[in-house]
Design a protein around this ligand. Structure first.
Ligand code: C5P
Length: 232
């Protein structure tokens, strides 16, 4: 699995997103489009960024009954994204339906990865609100295993969990990890962070980096620094 840096394009609208991508003259970074940009700018933003030659991770975290997710995934596969995701909490049946919907007539499909428990969910909230009494790390690994059983390609997880996920689900099971900061950078609202270099050592396959690149004085230089620490 080739390692790559994915830039989280967390912009409110099309113009800001495209102006940001215009800064990149020599490289075509892998781009994550999340709910804010997708709901604000519509599917056209995906086509536009794809047309410019970028790979796209569409981060919409689907979670619904299997038939609805299957149909929605079919639409996303026609948008020609490279990676998309769903909540493993939707059950193995929902994840299997998602794969079915995502697979194109020629047998190809975007990578499909699962969110296990969101990093905003603490042990306490999981026990009290969701009535799940097991330890959080055990739940995360169980959901990752369910994703593998359903035929998914990997999970979104903390870089600190990437090694364990590979242990449980195999080296080819993809780990996509946000929560990345430069050693000398601002942490912002992230809690458990790792440098690109450390994420590489632990075994992340893709790092998702937002503000350390999008809010940098020189975003292209910050992107290149991520690539040189994580990929090269
Ligand atoms: O700006 P920053 O590098 O913190 O952006 C990280 C990106 O990854 C954001 O788009 C955020 O929503 C996403 N993300 C995350 N933690 C998760 C899942 C997704 O930070 N557990």
């Amino acid at each position: 699995m080739g390692k790559d840096v994915i830039i989280a394009c967390d912009f409110a609208g099309k113009d800001e997103a495209l102006a940001f991508l215009d800064l990149f003259k020599e490289e075509k970074p892998y781009v994550k489009i999340g709910m804010e940009l997708f709901y604000g700018a519509g599917p056209e933003i995906v086509r536009e960024i794809k047309k410019r030659g970028h790979k796209i991770f569409l981060d919409l975290k689907l979670h619904d009954i299997p038939n609805t997710v299957k149909k929605a995934m079919s639409v996303l596969s026609h948008l020609d994204v490279d990676m998309c995701n769903l909540h493993a909490g939707g059950t193995i049946a929902m994840m299997e339906a998602a794969i079915e919907g995502l697979t194109r007539p020629d047998g190809t499909r975007p990578l499909l990865i699962a969110v296990t428990q969101l990093t905003s969910t603490s042990q306490e909230r999981m026990e009290n609100d969701l009535l799940i009494k097991e330890p959080l790390d055990k739940v995360v690994m169980h959901y990752a295993h369910n994703a593998k059983v359903a035929g998914l390609d990997g999970v979104v997880c903390s870089p600190l969990e990437a090694a364990k996920v590979h242990e449980v689900c195999g080296d080819n099971f993809v780990t996509v990890t946000p929560g990345v900061r430069f050693a000398d950078g601002d942490i912002g609202d992230q809690v458990r962070v790792t440098t690109p270099e450390r994420a590489k050592e632990i075994g992340s396959d893709y790092i998702v980096v937002g503000r350390p690149i999008t809010a940098a004085a020189d975003p292209v230089a910050a992107y290149r620094r991520c690539v040189s620490e994580f990929v090269d």
